[in-house]
Design a protein around this ligand. Structure first.
Ligand SMILES: [Zn+2]
Length: 214
């Protein structure tokens, strides 16, 4: 197997495990045993070991001395801390994106928000709606073009994904999120970097409250 083939295999194992974790098939606290997963996925242990390492570096799995790697557990306290950092980082991303965005970037963001608005007429789909929300934020971070910010955000997103919440199943929360995305987009479009920062921070602060609301 060439180096490229091995890297592709690791990437594919990593994507599969991530998906199973976020779908709850590998729930928080589940053991990530390299031999067991290699047998289940019918691949050798090396790509599984590398994929699990990657999950650990992404904050999705943790390594415990006695029990090996496990899917991380994100409790109320952790999710609050995660969103507090996201509030600052997504504010910064929106600020930098405003200063750097091209007409094409703005058009692409606009398409995402229009799609989200259109989907409000269809029943909620927790996974789709969470994915589309993430897509919007990832697009802004990409436009911001700040690599450390992008990496830190990916880690926070992984952890946020592990937290069980009914947020995206509540009709009202879906509408509020689209309204907030439109506000962020309007500020970016008009070139108001400070306005984009405060709109993005306010959106994330609201997401935290709605994520934890019982
Ligand atoms: Zn959002």
């Amino acid at each position: 197997m060439t180096t490229t083939e091995r890297a592709l295999l690791t990437e594919s194992v990593h994507a599969t495990l991530r998906e199973q974790i976020f779908a709850g098939e590998l729930p928080p606290g589940a053991a990530l045993s390299v031999p067991a997963l290699a047998a289940k996925l019918n691949v050798s242990r090396t790509p599984v070991r590398e994929a699990v390492q990657q999950l650990i570096s992404e904050g999705i799995a943790v390594y415990t001395r006695n029990a090996g790697a496990k899917v991380d557990v994100v409790d109320d306290e952790t999710i609050r801390a995660v969103f507090e950092v996201r509030e600052v980082l997504d504010g910064l991303a929106a600020h930098q994106a405003t200063l750097r965005a091209t007409y094409k970037n703005i058009e692409d963001l606009s398409v995402l928000v229009v799609d989200q608005r259109a989907l409000l007429d269809t029943p909620p789909d927790h996974r789709r709606d969470a994915r589309m929300d993430l897509e919007f934020h990832t697009a802004i971070r990409d436009i911001a073009g700040n690599k450390p910010l992008r990496e830190a955000s990916t880690r926070l997103d992984g952890q946020a994904h592990l937290y069980r919440s009914d947020m995206w199943t509540i009709e009202e929360n879906r509408r509020i999120a689209v309204d907030e995305h439109e506000r962020i987009l309007a500020a970016i479009r008009s070139g108001d970097a400070e306005g984009a920062r405060s709109a993005a921070s306010a959106h994330v602060a609201g997401l935290l409250v709605r994520t934890r609301r019982k």
